[in-house]
Design a protein around this ligand. Structure first.
Ligand SMILES: Nc1ncnc2c1ncn2[C@@H]1O[C@H](COP(=O)(O)OP(=O)(O)OP(=O)(O)O)[C@@H](O)[C@H]1O
Ligand SMILES: [Mg+2]
Length: 349
């Protein structure tokens, strides 16, 4: 019997999106994860505006519902701040200096690129590893986020009776899931593009074998799909949501809605990739990986692949996990759960 193995603490990953709250609790280990609790609860209109919480009561009610539905008993949570609210920068720091000296130096450097008073931001850093351009230095990732945004999350999570253990950035949560399933660089020198389709915005991030090369937000999301459905069938937003969730959409859905939507998506992904190419030495990517609840749409990846002429898959965060609760339902829901899953991975050894 091992006496001194570090026991991992259950951490619930909570992704508070503008359209819905997603919750995932993992147990086991990184090598053998088990999904022990999960849920998705839609948020009512008016809870969010511009990616920020505008009605805390509505969000708190939905969070309590998500906790109840999932059945989680965990006491600690991890949440993600949208990378559109965060400023990140990689700095070179002498490899010899102490943690304390590094903190001092980072606070000074931060003054140069953070456009807010320094006492209004939360600052964090992580040593990534030896710098490629200077063998005396380490690359250090510096992340800054407005304190008011983090405070909203602290109030919300603590209000639900849990302790907020980690505040992450959505990009790193998605990166963590992707790397937990894939080894980049083994088959291709080209990076992978992860495209997270949210409700009214989407987020392209490009990963190479050891870091995030690029991250960018666009004003495009599943709201365009809802708009197309409303226009085509003359229905309300709620009815459009029902059509999307239904296993039997109208007979002409593929030609009247999905085809034009995939064309819009192709344009958005192509445009986002052009921005990446023009800011880097790359002119190609290995593949595109889609995430977000709307990627559950049957045939989406295949349709986009044909138009984009690049490999396209939908991320399945639970692909390697042993799902212990509501196993059938998670198959259709899994593209929505990527960020929450990546957050919960923080609690595993
Ligand atoms: N099974 C499904 N098939 C197709 N679309 C779906 C399905 N379930 C939900 N959607 C759509 O996905 C959209 C919401 O996506 P998601 O929950 O990923 O957004 P969010 O994470 O809350 O938003 P954001 O990331 O922008 O903050 C909604 O427009 C919804 O209609
Ligand atoms: Mg989202």
């Amino acid at each position: 019997m091992k006496l001194f193995t570090k026991k991992s603490k259950a951490v619930v990953g909570i992704d508070i999106g503008t359209h819905s709250i997603k919750l995932v609790e993992l147990a086991g280990s990184k090598a053998n994860p088990k999904v022990v609790a999960w849920s998705i609860i839609p948020l009512p209109a008016g809870a969010f505006s511009e990616n920020a919480i505008t009605n805390p009561e509505l969000v708190a009610d939905a969070l309590n519902e998500a906790i109840l539905k999932s059945g989680t008993k965990a006491e600690a949570a991890a949440v993600a701040v949208s990378s559109s609210h965060a400023i990140t920068k990689v700095l070179g720091m002498p490899s010899e200096i102490s943690e304390f000296e590094m903190e001092e130096q980072i606070s000074i450097e931060a003054l140069h690129f953070i456009p807010y008073p320094i006492d209004e931001v939360n600052l964090d850093f992580e040593v990534i590893g030896p710098s490629a351009s200077n063998d005396q230095e380490n690359d250090v990732l510096l992340v800054a986020c407005r304190r008011s945004i983090v405070d909203d999350y602290i109030d919300l999570i603590e209000g639900s009776g849990m302790a907020l253990e980690y505040v992450d950035i959505d990009t790193y949560a998605l990166e963590r899931v992707y790397r937990s399933q894939n080894t980049l660089g083994s088959n291709s020198d080209e990076p992978v593009a992860v495209f997270d389709i949210g409700s009214s915005s989407s987020h392209l991030m490009v990963l190479d074998d050891n870091r995030v090369l690029y991250s960018r937000h666009q004003n495009f999301g599943a709201a365009q799909l809802i708009k197309l459905i409303r226009k085509e069938y003359g229905v309300s937003a709620d009815e459009a949501e029902e059509i999307l969730a239904s296993s039997q959409p109208p007979g002409d859905f593929l030609t009247a809605v999905q085809e034009p939507y995939v064309e819009m998506l192709r344009q958005e992904v192509s445009r986002a990739l052009q921005f990446f190419y023009s800011s880097s030495s790359f002119s190609n990517i290995d593949s595109v990986v889609l995430t977000g609840a709307s990627c559950a749409l049957a045939g989406l990846a295949g349709d986009l692949e044909v138009k984009l002429r690049s490999k396209v898959t939908v991320m399945n965060p639970v692909a390697n996990a042993n799902v212990q609760t509501r196993r059938e339902a998670i198959a259709a829901a899994s593209p929505a759960l990527a960020i929450a899953y990546g957050l919960s991975l923080r609690g595993l050894n």
